[in-house]
Design a protein around this ligand. Structure first.
Ligand code: EPU
Length: 421
């Protein structure tokens, strides 16, 4: 198993280009199932474990895949599947693979997909997805840990209300509705930029999806979809990871391939912390201040502060001037990394869904462990500002969402060695 040996206290400087957004790519791979007879070709695709799992899921269903990882190009022909069943051993590895249910149901009138099971950051139920499929006329049952959905003939469009906005729920319902009879509306939909990009791709494939990026999404059913050649948007979470990295270590970096508007709230918060920005259409330059000020953070669905950047801002707050409070409002259990931060010498106290971070701490390297993708990225940043050496274990979590984050940070001046034990 790989681990990182991190030598701390080196500033970050230089330029970096982000890959395409993981959370746009995953639904796009699922959407290839909707094609009548040709391929979806995607560019700038990082070679990360979550992409590999999604590829395996559609491959298991019968898709033909070519992943040219030297050129980060992925071609999927999923137009003629031989199975509509996604097994536990794959779905349990990554919850997002539950998103094959929508397109399978839309195209084949049936799907059997394992329930994703538990997750480190929260219970993460899938009730909103299931209510949505049922609203479109599917009969949905739970059979021995599998969700089985069937429709007699085509699904029929209808109005769906989400009790709370769900990112993958919105995408799953969009995919189930694109081939339905008539119009579907999702009210209280998630508004993330990846959903807008995903809908842009679907529309190029012949779908009629409008209103993404707002709380009401409208899908007008069409007869069929065709293939597409597409480059997804840059990854705002990868970009945000570099921004909080430099806010923690000091230095100046330029992140290319990312629209600043996707990071509006994190950029406002970093400005409050003393960061100095210059921005263009698709780049962000950030100069870290000599001394960073603490801020309070409330995580919320987009356009709020992303829960996926919560561990990274926490890393910056550990050494900032003052006290910062993080109120985690998206996931009920997303503070597991706090114990690991405290092992480095951070002073963080948790009370329910709030973490109080007493700043000005001198972090000292030690052995710490990743529990999920973003916790891992936050801990890596904390190790990068710690004195001496840290051993960061279970970095496969980081590899799920970032292509070689160690090498990418090293290209900016970090000292991270990947070793095996
Ligand atoms: N929820 C329900 N019922 C549902 C669906 C969601 O109660 O049927 C709850 C969840 O438990 C959670 C909240 O609603 O408390 C929001 O969850 P959401 O469904 O939006 O999360 P997701 O779609 O499963 C995506 C990202 C996550 C990101 C969240 C929140 C993908 C593939 N995953 O998950 O990304 O944290 O939205 O923004 O898009 C990551 O990239 O590391 C990651 C975890």
């Amino acid at each position: 198993m790989d681990f990182f040996n991190v030598t701390g206290r080196t500033p970050l400087n230089g330029q970096i280009e982000v890959f395409a957004a993981k959370n746009a790519i995953l639904p796009m791979i699922a959407a290839s199932i909707l094609c009548k007879n040709d391929s979806v070709v995607l560019h700038n695709i990082p070679d990360i474990l979550d992409v590999r799992v999604m590829i395996k899921v559609v491959e298991r269903l019968g898709a033909e895949i070519i992943f040219d990882n030297d050129n980060n190009k992925l071609s999927i022909n999923a137009s003629n599947l031989k199975s509509v069943e996604a097994p536990y051993e794959l779905v349990s590895k990554m919850r997002a693979s539950f998103m094959v249910l929508g397109p399978l149901l839309a195209k084949y009138g049936e799907a059997k997909v394992s329930q994703p099971g538990g997750c480190a950051i929260g219970a993460r139920p899938i009730d909103q997805h299931i209510r949505g499929f049922a609203k479109l006329g599917a009969v949905v049952t739970d059979e021995h840990g599998y969700i089985v959905a069937r429709s007699r003939g085509k699904l029929i469009g209808g109005d769906i209300y989400f009790d709370r906005p769900s990112h993958t729920g919105t995408e799953n319902i969009i995919m189930s509705a694109v081939l339905a009879k008539g119009e579907t509306k999702i009210i209280n939909a998630a508004q993330d930029p990846e959903i807008v990009d995903f809908a842009n791709m679907l529309n190029l494939m012949g779908a009629k999806v409008s209103g993404t990026g707002t709380s009401t999404v409208t899908i007008e059913g069409v007869e069929s979809l065709h293939g597409v050649d597409y480059t997804p948007i840059g990854d705002r979470l990868e970009a945000g990871t570099y921004l909080f990295g430099v806010m923690s270590t000091g230095g100046t970096i330029k992140v290319n391939g990312i629209k600043p508007e996707f990071l509006k709230v994190p950029i406002l918060k970093i400005s409050e912390m003393g960061g100095d920005f210059k921005m263009g259409k698709d780049w962000i330059r950030l100069k870290a201040p000599k001394s960073t000020k603490s801020v309070n953070i409330v995580t919320d669905p987009y356009p709020g502060f992303p829960t996926d950047l919560q561990p990274m801002v926490m890393a910056s707050l550990c050494t900032a001037e003052g006290v910062g409070v993080i109120w985690e409002r998206v996931f009920e259990n997303r503070f597991i990394h706090v114990m690991e931060f405290n092992r480095l010498g951070a002073n963080i106290r948790i009370s329910g869904d709030r973490a109080t971070i007493i700043g000005n701490q001198k972090l000292e390297g030690t052995t710490i462990m990743c529990s999920d993708i973003r916790a891992g990225a936050g801990l890596l940043i904390a190790a990068m500002v710690s004195n001496g050496n840290s051993k960061l274990k279970r970095v496969y979590h980081i590899d799920r969402g970032y292509q070689r984050l160690d090498e990418r940070f090293n290209s900016l001046g970090a000292k991270i060695q990947r070793l095996s034990e």
